[in-house]
Structure formats: structure tokens, C-alpha cells
Ligand binder design. Structure first.
Ligand SMILES: Nc1ncnc2c1ncn2[C@@H]1O[C@H](COP(=O)(O)OP(=O)(O)OP(=O)(O)O)[C@@H](O)[C@H]1O
Ligand SMILES: [Mg+2]
Length: 522
């Protein structure tokens, strides 16, 4: 058999079906025949055919209806309409409905030759689309990919892009707020590629002083500078046939950017103090949490380097825009940390999950992960309660939430409750200020809060809403080769402080003494 894909002929005229099938079988194709549209539909629903050749006029279901049915049922096949003489209008209409082509009766040798020439191309198109369909179905229902967890539409799109670009050597730029998982994406790009056998080399461009970063990247020859008694290959050489991950790439100094651009263009590097051009086989994955356009217009990131780095870009949306992932992530972290801490914890109290789903997570997944870890450590019972997770978490910084995430499907009453509570929490329990922000009277707000507390379903705010200690700094710094996650390391000083990007969080607000909001409901 020439091709794996099969061909179906649907026609009630035996002369046509016999003739066509003989010709196509001669060409090496597997051909099946049915005598009416109904049977054709049944066969196509039950089995995959690369091409269907269907007569416009046939019993039960005509060709045009069959075509429409196939489209409506999303049954993939390439459709060729067999039309009677002079029915050009119908032929054109069938193409409009999605037919690949039409062939006019009588089937003379010229028309048959054209058909024969066309069939391999259509089968190839079908096979390619089939492959893409398989790929997207495979990724459609995924909740995990590499080390990434997430089932939201946007994460599944991310998985698809990673899957598609991982095998190539194209440079990838990963964009997204701090803690959204950029490094995990970089690792997935590495591990899903042929390069997985080679090293993954992570360098943080913001954490390393310029000279050290240059030395790490390009290496040096013996005697290149005072004290360099040995030669040292740089990351480019050491991770040849692997992947280099350049984190916080917009913080790289301008002259290293020039050298990097040169290395990317020529695929060679020169060590510091060296003359030799050393060829390297490298894939660069870079990441930044900055607004790239702004970094370019501020002169921090060279535009030509940006284009070289962002052959493909992957944007990771903030966690607050991925409501579909929050619960999954929270539960997974709970299981992980409970087992790490040898605790038996069954789940989150319902109001805790409610809070998790509505908090705006400025530190994204990292913040959620840290909050859950802390809660597990704090928990005394078998479920995580508000006092385990919220107060400790909110105490650690004075940052205020800027948004309330209300999942689709919430009632107006729920939305109102969340807005009231989040605003109230963001003011640190200051009723007059919260009332002013909400545009309602102090009395009204007080009454609402009392009603919520009495209902017992309030996501109790205490102190002020904020990010955890490490919402803004992963602790990773410097060069690191395939060492897994940094999260278990003790917190390091915030990265990129020099750029004013990740300054330490402001001090926590004073407890709102005597105010109902400061009351802890345990
Ligand atoms: N989708 C996810 N699934 C599981 N864990 C995640 C996910 N996203 C992030 N994390 C975890 O959150 C933490 C932060 O992720 P990561 O270091 O990849 O973020 P980042 O975007 O590189 O942040 P930064 O910009 O601060 O460097 C890590 O501990 C990581 O394991
Ligand atoms: Mg990172």
C-alpha cells in the first residue's frame, strides 16, 4: 500500500465507482466504495479516510448535504465532489463549503490524470492535519506539562507552544510577571527537546556583576586578567548541545548585549583575552518580567538583540488571570508540602479556598506556593483554616491588592461580598476609608460586614492584604547548572534591587487595633 490514508468513493453509478477504484488501487491506494450518502456518512464516522470522492447526486444524502454533515460533525477528510456536466455553480458552492476540489463527469483521461496528481498532495495535507489534531487533543486535556501544573486555557496554549518549538533551536523569550513560572517553562523547553541530553545552564543576568556575567558566559584564556592563572570555558562552550537560560535578560549590561548578539548571529564565541572563534551549538532561552517594549524604549534592551531572542515568545499570564489553575495548584502544593512535612492534611476549609480564588496573588504561583507551605507548617488540624493561611500570609508586607478576581459563574451577591471584603482588607480594616472607596456609607458597610460575619462565610480580612516575604524574589542568584528549584533555599536578598525592580516590600501596616477588621476569626 502506497499511503496509510484510505480513500472512500461514494456514488451510486457503478461504472464510476468501478473505474475510479481500479485507477486509484493501481496507484497503490486502499479504496472503499459505498453506494449512497448515508452509508458514506456512516463509514466516515466509523473510520478515518484521507479523501472522500462523493457524487453530488446520490440516494438518501446527496453530496452537498454529506459535505455539510462532515463539516458540522468535524469529521476530518479531504472532500472531492463529483459533479455532473455543467454544474459549475454547485461545484463552486461545494468549494465554498470546504471541498478541496471537484471533478466533472464524464471522467475523461485528462480529468483523471489531474485527479491522480492531486491525490498525494491531499493525502499529505490530511496526514499533516491529522498529526496536528492528535497533538492538540493530546495537549487539550492536560493538567500538567513538564514540571508545570495548570489546566487553564492560557496554560494549555503555553504547553502547545512549548511542544511545537522545543525540538527546534529557535531562541525563545519568556515573558511574564515574577513567579509565573518562566523558569519552569525554560526547563520544559529544554527537557522536551533533543537537547535534554545536554546541560541546562541557568544564568541570572541581574544577580551577577557585569564582569562576572561576561566571564560566566564567554569564559577566559589564561592570563586574560590579573589572577586568571587558568583558562576557563564559559557557559556557551560548556552547554554546547544544551540550553542556556538567561534570566532577567533586560538587566544585562549594554556591552554584554552586543557580545551576546554577536554570538547568536555567528554561533561562535571568543573567550576573554582569546583570539580563537570557538563554534558553539547552543539554544538560548531568555526571560524577563519587564515590559519589553518599555525596556527597549528606555534603552535597557537592544532592539536587535530582542528580535534575536524572541524568535518565539511565550507569555505567561499572571495567576490572578488563571482562575482555572488556582485550586489545582493550591491542592497540589498542599499534598506536596503535607507529605514533605509528614502531616496528614485533607484539604482547605471552604472559606480558605474562596479566599485563594479571590486574592489577587501579586507574587503569582511562587506566592501561592509559599503561602500553602507556610499554612501546612502552621496547621494544627487536618484541614487548612483561615488562621493557618491568611493572617501569616498577609502580615508579611503592606502591599495592597489592586484587583479582585471574580470567577465567571459567581453570583452578583458573591461578587459584591468579595469586593467589599477585599477593599476592606486592603485598607487594613479602616471602615471609613473602605466605605469611601466602595462608594457606600460607613453605616452600610458596617451592616454588611456584620451580616457576613454572622453568616459565617466571610473571607475574613485581618490586618491588610499583602504579598508574602518572598513574593518578589526567588532567591536564585548567579550561575546554576541543573540544580532543580531554588525554592527550598533560604531566602536571598531581592534580585535586581539595583534596577529598582524588586525593592523589598514596604513594612507591614500597623495592626488596626480596635477595628472590627483586625479581629481574627479562628
Ligand atoms: N505552573 C506552575 N506549576 C507548578 N509550579 C509552578 C508553576 N509556576 C510557577 N511555579 C513555582 O513557582 C515558583 C516560581 O516559578 P519560577 O521561578 O519559574 O518563576 P519566574 O517566572 O521565573 O519568576 P521570576 O521572574 O521571579 O524569576 C517556583 O517554585 C515554581 O516551581
Ligand atoms: Mg525566574
Amino acid at each position: 500500500m502506497k499511503q496509510a490514508a484510505k480513500i472512500l468513493i461514494a456514488d451510486d453509478e457503478q461504472a464510476i465507482t468501478t473505474g475510479l477504484s481500479a485507477i486509484l488501487a493501481d496507484e497503490g491506494y486502499h479504496v472503499d466504495i459505498v453506494g449512497d450518502g448515508q452509508k458514506a456518512l456512516e463509514r466516515l464516522s466509523a473510520d478515518g479516510y484521507g479523501i472522500v470522492l462523493a457524487d453530488l447526486r446520490m440516494p438518501k444524502i446527496d453530496g452537498m448535504t454529506l459535505l455539510k454533515e462532515l463539516k458540522a460533525k468535524q469529521l476530518p477528510t479531504e472532500f472531492i465532489m463529483i459533479t455532473g456536466q455543467g454544474s459549475v455553480d454547485v461545484a463552486i458552492e461545494s468549494m465554498r463549503q470546504g471541498a478541496a476540489d471537484f471533478i466533472e463527469k464524464p471522467l475523461n483521461s485528462e480529468r483523471l490524470n489531474k485527479l491522480k496528481a492531486q491525490i498525494p498532495r491531499l493525502i499529505e495535507k490530511y496526514a499533516l492535519q491529522q498529526k496536528n489534531r492528535e497533538l492538540s487533543t493530546r495537549l487539550e486535556n492536560l493538567t500538567h506539562y513538564g514540571e508545570l501544573t495548570g489546566q487553564s486555557e492560557s496554560m494549555r496554549e503555553v504547553y502547545q507552544v512549548i511542544d511545537a518549538v522545543a525540538p527546534s533551536t529557535a531562541s525563545v523569550l519568556i515573558l511574564g510577571e515574577s513567579g509565573t513560572g518562566k523558569e519552569l517553562v525554560a526547563r520544559a523547553l529544554h527537557s522536551k527537546s533533543e537537547r535534554a541530553k545536554g546541560p541546562f545552564f541557568a544564568l541570572n543576568c541581574a544577580a551577577l556583576p557585569k564582569e562576572i556575567l561576561e566571564n560566566e558566559l564567554f569564559g577566559h584564556e589564561k592570563g586574560a586578567f590579573t589572577g586568571s592563572t587558568n583558562e576557563k570555558p564559559g557557559a556557551f562552550e560548556m552547554s554546547s548541545s544544551g540550553t542556556i537560560f538567561l534570566d532577567e535578560v533586560a538587566e544585562m549590561s549594554p556591552d554584554i548585549q552586543v557580545k551576546l548578539l554577536r554570538a547568536l548571529e555567528s554561533r561562535t564565541v571568543r573567550r576573554l583575552g582569546g583570539k580563537k572563534e570557538i563554534p558553539v551549538d547552543i539554544r538560548i532561552v531568555a526571560a524577563t518580567n519587564r515590559d519589553v517594549q518599555k525596556a527597549i524604549s528606555d534603552g535597557d534592551l537592544r532592539e536587535d538583540l530582542y528580535y534575536r531572542l524572541a524568535v518565539v515568545d511565550i507569555y505567561l499570564p499572571p495567576l490572578r488571570e488563571r482562575a482555572g489553575d488556582m485550586q489545582l495548584l493550591a491542592e497540589e502544593f498542599l499534598t506536596r508540602f503535607a507529605s514533605q512535612n509528614g502531616k496528614r492534611i485533607e484539604g482547605f476549609d471552604e472559606d480558605v479556598m474562596q479566599w485563594i480564588l479571590t486574592y489577587h496573588w501579586p507574587g503569582n504561583v511562587r506566592e501561592l506556593k509559599n503561602a500553602v507551605e507556610r499554612a501546612v507548617v502552621m496547621a494544627r488540624g487536618t484541614r487548612i483554616t483561615q488562621s493557618d493561611i491568611i493572617p501569616r500570609h498577609l502580615r508579611s508586607s503592606g502591599e495592597m491588592p489592586a484587583a479582585v478576581t471574580i470567577p465567571v459563574g459567581s453570583s452578583v451577591a458573591d461578587a459584591r461580598r468579595q469586593l467589599v471584603l477585599r477593599t476592606f482588607a486592603s485598607t487594613g480594616g479602616d471602615i471609613p476609608r473602605a466605605a469611601k472607596l466602595l462608594g457606600i456609607s460607613v453605616g452600610e458597610l458596617r451592616a454588611e460586614l456584620v451580616a457576613m460575619i454572622n453568616d459565617g462565610d466571610a473571607s475574613r480580612p485581618a490586618g491588610g492584604a499583602a504579598a508574602p516575604e518572598r513574593a518578589d524574589g526567588s532567591g536564585r542568584s548567579g550561575a546554576e547548572q541543573e540544580e532543580g528549584d531554588d525554592e527550598d533555599a533560604p531566602p536571598a536578598p531581592p534580585k535586581a534591587a539595583a534596577k529598582g525592580q524588586r525593592s523589598p516590600p514596604p513594612p507591614p501596616p500597623p495592626p488596626a487595633k480596635g477595628k472590627p477588621g483586625a479581629k481574627k476569626h479562628r
